[in-house]
Design a protein around this ligand. Structure first.
Ligand code: AQP
Length: 345
């Protein structure tokens, strides 16, 4: 049975990249898969989070999931720290994954910056926790943005090494499934028109929660004026839009805005160019702003309504955690048996 797992960090400033690259895909996948969607709060604390703000941010991501159309009854929505299997399996994966693998992770290098000696150990080990998130449910499909590709490859390598290192134990206990061994190879689903939404201020950088410039991103909670202003101020070149896709080559900012329009309207970029080819940005930007407001305002409104009742959000997370635990607990118990860790019956 194919199972989807994915997560979003409650690190504040949830933006259009998170929405189009991840959350919209999460909603779509509900039609065809059993889905587990997680607010990954243990990932968030790999960099400093103010405790009071963190609590609000966890509820905000949950509200965004629900407002976008994730159904917490038909599927599972919870926050990571309520299910201890994530942290337990992450420790075992810390002992399976190799230092050399983690040393190659570009996200750590970017986030740690120059002051690497001062980065938290958690930030370094982050990919092993992500492997645990996915494999604690033996999830087979992981919808993510382009930036998570390398981490998914590491999760696949970790699953394969675990299956290989413990092959005899898995066989002796009769816990193998198909050809893979104990863990499946989780498949990244990096698809759709917006796998990498770029900053509005710099077409070579991804739109990111942690960018110090608020003008670089459209936040899900921005009002219509803020959205229009940010799009008006978005960096562009002086040329009009091309009529063909080829004409976007070497024009990262134009490419990004056309990509955002395409993703919001659910059509290919070629269709957008067929409509706006030859138009100046003074024409295209207001059209994009109207479309963005049209698509995001209902989500933001719903989020506000949900956030007015934090007890309801906490109850959704609590129920989701209970159901997540019920899936992960027997898998973790098998892992402990495979590794040779003694547990009382
Ligand atoms: N710019 C983006 N375009 C498309 N998808 C994106 N995602 C993030 N940025 C973009 C996808 O959103 C999901 C959740 O991301 P995350 O919260 O786990 O953290 P992140 O990838 O580190 O996102 P940010 O917003 O860029 O945060 P900071 O600034 O803290 O690094 C993931 O599926 C991600 O691929």
């Amino acid at each position: 049975q194919p199972r989807v797992f994915s997560g979003v960090q409650p690190t504040g400033n949830l933006h259009l990249g998170n929405y189009l690259g991840a959350i919209v895909r999460f909603v779509e996948m509900q039609k065809t898969h059993d889905c587990i969607y997680c607010v990954v709060d243990l990932h968030a604390i790999t960099v400093w989070q103010d405790p009071a703000a963190l609590r609000t941010q966890i509820r905000e991501v949950t509200a965004a999931f629900l407002a976008a159309g994730i159904d917490p009854e038909a599927h599972i929505v919870f926050n990571q720290s309520q299910v201890s299997a994530h942290a337990e399996l992450a420790w075992i994966f810390n002992c399976v994954a190799r230092l050399g693998w983690l040393n190659r992770m570009t996200q750590f290098k970017e986030k740690a910056g120059k002051d690497r000696e001062n980065a938290s150990v958690g930030l370094y080990a982050y990919p092993n926790l992500m492997s645990a998130d996915i494999l604690a449910y033996r999830a087979t499909h992981v919808p993510v943005g382009e930036d998570q590709k390398q981490h998914l490859e590491l999760a696949r390598d970790t699953a394969a090494k675990f299956n290989h290192d413990f092959a005899d134990s898995i066989a002796a206990l009769g816990l193998g499934v198909g050809d893979d061994g104990f863990f499946p190879q989780p498949e990244p689903l990096i698809q759709g028109p917006a796998t990498r939404v770029m900053s509005l201020r710099d077409g070579s950088k991804k739109m990111s929660k942690s960018d110090p410039s608020d003008n670089s991103r459209i936040n899900l909670t921005d009002d219509a004026d803020a959205i229009a202003q940010k799009i008006r101020r978005a960096k562009t070149d002086p040329e009009p839009l091309p009529s063909e896709l080829d004409g976007l080559k070497g024009r990262p900012e134009a490419d990004n805005l056309v990509g955002i329009y395409a993703a919001l309207i659910g059509k290919p970029k070629a269709d957008v160019l067929a409509e706006f080819g030859g138009a100046q940005f003074s024409v295209f930007k207001p059209a994009l702003a109207d479309l963005a407001v049209d698509r995001l305002a209902p989500v933001a409104g719903k989020m506000r309504e949900l956030l007015a009742d934090p007890a309801h959000i906490d109850a959704v997370l609590g129920r989701g955690a209970e159901r997540a635990r019920a899936i992960a607990a027997p898998i973790l118990a098998d892992v402990k048996d495979i590794v040779g860790l003694l547990r009382s019956a």
